[in-house]
Design a binder for this molecule. Structure first.
Ligand code: UDP
Ligand code: MG
Length: 136
């Protein structure tokens, strides 16, 4: 049965800064993702705090929000069969050191905090995150 999904992807400041956006988008397209909407923006720290609210009790929360708001990011809606899981697979582990060969984080991630991309982790969060950036 067909299960076309949409997921939210973010190319984070460390990757935008190194001009890796086209190469990363090409990796998505090569895996069959369609980029159905995208925009390059810079967000306020208060918006990053909202976006990452699920992590508010974590020790890395403040640095994470400072980081995500530190420079331009590219937010994208990706569409494909089982897009949420497929994107998580293509991204690789949160820590680039543990990411499998051929994944985005293995190729481009610098460290656990500067790991180049974000991807929604569930159907429910994909909806919330897409609305967060694209509902006007
Ligand atoms: N993060 C961090 N230190 C950690 C764990 C996570 O800086 O020890 C950052 C990292 O940028 C990660 C984000 O917080 O991408 C969100 O963490 P999550 O566990 O949701 O990882 P992801 O879903 O991005 O793989
Ligand atoms: Mg996550």
């Amino acid at each position: 049965m067909s299960n076309k999904e949409q997921t939210l992807s973010i190319i984070k400041p460390d990757a935008v800064e190194r001009n890796l956006d086209n190469e990363i988008k090409e990796m998505f397209r090569n895996k069959g993702f369609e980029i159905v909407n995208e925009k390059k923006i810079q967000i306020e720290k208060s918006e990053a705090e909202k976006f990452y609210k699920v992590h508010e009790t974590k020790p890395f929360y403040n640095d994470l929000c400072t980081y995500l708001s530190s420079g331009p990011i590219i937010v994208m809606i990706l569409e494909k069969e089982d897009a949420i899981l497929a994107n998580r697979e293509l991204m690789g582990s949160t820590n680039p050191k543990d990411a499998k060969e051929g994944t985005i984080r293995e190729k481009y991630g610098i460290s656990i905090d500067k790991n180049s991309v974000h991807g929604s982790d569930s159907v429910e969060n994909a909806k919330i995150e897409i609305d967060f950036f694209f509902k006007d």
